[in-house]
Design a protein around this ligand. Structure first.
Ligand SMILES: *Cc1c(COP(=O)(O)O)cnc(C)c1O
Length: 444
C-alpha cells in the first residue's frame, strides 16, 4: 500500500474531536457512542446505518437556547427530520423551519405546534401553501413577487396570515458556491440592491389579510466567521429604517437564518456560538439605536450545527483495490446515502472501528458501491494499511444532509437511523426495503 505522503498534512483520523461528546474508545478498537459500541449497532441494524446520539442533539439545542436566550431558535428540518427528532427539538423548546408540506405534516403528526413553525421555499407548490394555511403554520416566508397575490387569495378576504420576506442582503458567505444564498446571482430571496425586496414589501402591505412581522435572510451554509452575520444585521436594519421612513412600518422580528459552520474533520474551524450571539446582539443594539428603531426580536435557524455532529455513519468494507498509485476502499454505501462529497467536495475523516491495527497508515480513497466514478465518500484519507473486506468504517459528523439528501440510486435502499442514549440503541427509521421500492412500482 502507498505509504503516507508526508508533503500533505495528514489528519489524525483517530482523533475524536469531531465526534459526539459521549464517544469513548473501548477495547479491541471499538468505539461507543451514547454508551453503545458501534460494532453492536452494526450487528443489530446492519450497515450502512446512521447512529444518532440523542443527548448530543439535545445538548446542541440547549447550547443555542443558552447562547441566544432572547431569540427564537428554529431547527431547520431539512438537515435531518424524523418524528423522534421533531419530538426532541420540541421538548428542548425550539421551533421548526420547514420547506414543504411533507416536512410540515410529518412534524405535525408528532404533535409539534404548527404556530411554532416557519414555512420557507423559493417555489412553494399549491399543496405547500394549502397545507400551511390549513394546519395554521406560524409564519410563511415570501420568496417571490408572484407568491404575494397567490397567498393572499388562498388566505381569503376574511383570513389572516403572518408573513416574513426573504431578503437578499448581497453578502457572499458559505463553504461552497452551491450553498451561498446571500448574493444576487442565486435563486433565493428578493434583492435589496435592485429594489425588489422593497417593492414586494409595498405589495404585501396592500394585502390586509397578510401581516408582515419581519425580514428574513439566510446567507448560506457552513459559514465559519461572525463577520457576514454582522454585515447582514447592518443591511437588514438599514432596510428596516427605510421601511419606517417610507411606510411608518416598525417590524417586530428579524430572522438571520442558519448556516453556522461545523468541523467535519479534526482541526477544522467551526462557528463559535457564544461569540456569534454576543456580537450579533451588540451589532443589533448599535444599529437600531443609530436608526432610532426598537430592537426586533431575533430569530435564528440552525440545521447542520444541531444534527450534523450528533450523527455517525457506519459502513462495512466490501472491497479493497490497488490500482497504480491509488488504493480504493469500497464500502456498502456511497453517494446514495451521502451525496455531499460529490456535490460540494466536502471532506470527511472516516476511521476503522472494531479492530485494533498496528499496520502503518496508508493514504486511501473511501469510495461507494454505486455505478459512478464520482462516487467517492472520502478521498486522501489515512486508514490502517491492512484494511480489508469485512472491516467496519465509521464516518463522524454524518447527522445533517446525509439521509435527508439520500437517493434511490441503484435501488440500494436508504439506510436506517438508530438512536443511541444511555447505553441503549433503538431504531428511529428502518432501512428502505425492496418491498418499499416494489410497492411504489405499480406499472406491471
Ligand atoms: C438550509 C437553511 C437553514 C439551515 O442551514 P444550516 O446550514 O443547516 O444551518 C436555515 N434557514 C434556511 C432558510 C435554510 O434554507
Amino acid at each position: 500500500m502507498t505509504v503516507v505522503n508526508a508533503s500533505e498534512p495528514s489528519v489524525a483520523s483517530t482523533e475524536l474531536s469531531v465526534w459526539p461528546a459521549s464517544t469513548t474508545e473501548l477495547a479491541h478498537g471499538d468505539i461507543a457512542v451514547g454508551g453503545v459500541p458501534l460494532t453492536e449497532v452494526a450487528r443489530r441494524f446492519g450497515t450502512p446505518v446512521y447512529v444518532l446520539d440523542e443527548a448530543e442533539v439535545r445538548e446542541r439545542c440547549r447550547t443555542y437556547r443558552h447562547s441566544f436566550p432572547d431569540a427564537e431558535v428554529l431547527y431547520a428540518a431539512k438537515a435531518f427530520l424524523c418524528r423522534a427528532m421533531t419530538h426532541w427539538v420540541d421538548e428542548e423548546g425550539l421551533g421548526l423551519d420547514v420547506c414543504s408540506a411533507g416536512e410540515l405534516e410529518l412534524a405535525v403528526t408528532t404533535g409539534f405546534p404548527p404556530d411554532r413553525m416557519v414555512l420557507h421555499g423559493n417555489a412553494k407548490a399549491p399543496r405547500d401553501l394549502d397545507t400551511a394555511l390549513h394546519l395554521g403554520v406560524g409564519r410563511i416566508v415570501i420568496d417571490s413577487p408572484s407568491e404575494i397575490a397567490r397567498l393572499a387569495a388562498a388566505v381569503g378576504p376574511n383570513g389572516h396570515q403572518k408573513v416574513m420576506v426573504r431578503v437578499v442582503p448581497g453578502i457572499s458567505a458559505g463553504g461552497h458556491d452551491k450553498i451561498r444564498t446571500g448574493t444576487d446571482d442565486q435563486k433565493f430571496g428578493l434583492s435589496i440592491a435592485d429594489g425588489s425586496a422593497q417593492h414586494a414589501i409595498t405589495r404585501i402591505l396592500d394585502q390586509p389579510q397578510l401581516q408582515l412581522t419581519g425580514l428574513h435572510c439566510h446567507l448560506g451554509s457552513q459559514i465559519t466567521s461572525v463577520e457576514p452575520y454582522l454585515v447582514a444585521v447592518r443591511r437588514m436594519v438599514g432596510l428596516m429604517m427605510r421601511l419606517y421612513e417610507q411606510h411608518g412600518l416598525v417590524l417586530p422580528e428579524l430572522d438571520l437564518g442558519g448556516g453556522h459552520g461545523i468541523a467535519y474533520r479534526p482541526g477544522e474551524q467551526s462557528l463559535d456560538l457564544t461569540t456569534l450571539a454576543r456580537r450579533i446582539r451588540a451589532e443589533l443594539a448599535d444599529t437600531c439605536a443609530t436608526a432610532g428603531l426598537p430592537e426586533p426580536r431575533l430569530i435564528i435557524e440552525p440545521g447542520r450545527a444541531i444534527a450534523g455532529p450528533a450523527g455517525v455513519a457506519l459502513y462495512h468494507v466490501l472491497a479493497v483495490k490497488h490500482t497504480g498509485e491509488h488504493v480504493f476502499v469500497a464500502v456498502d454505501g456511497g453517494m446514495s446515502d451521502n451525496p455531499r462529497p460529490a456535490l460540494y467536495g466536502v471532506r470527511y475523516a472516516p476511521r476503522l472501528v472494531g479492530r485494533h491495527s498496528t499496520a502503518a497508515p496508508a493514504r486511501v480513497a473511501v469510495v461507494g458501491r454505486h455505478c459512478e466514478a464520482g462516487d467517492v465518500l472520502a478521498s486522501d484519507v489515512d486508514l490502517p494499511g491492512d484494511v480489508y473486506p469485512g472491516d467496519l468504517l465509521a464516518v463522524p459528523v454524518a447527522g445533517a444532509y446525509h439521509l435527508s439528501m439520500a437517493s434511490g440510486y441503484n435501488l440500494v435502499g436508504r439506510p436506517p437511523v438508530a438512536a443511541v442514549r444511555d447505553g441503549h440503541a433503538r431504531l428511529l427509521v428502518r432501512r428502505e426495503s425492496l418491498d418499499d421500492i416494489r410497492s411504489r412500482d405499480v406499472g406491471l
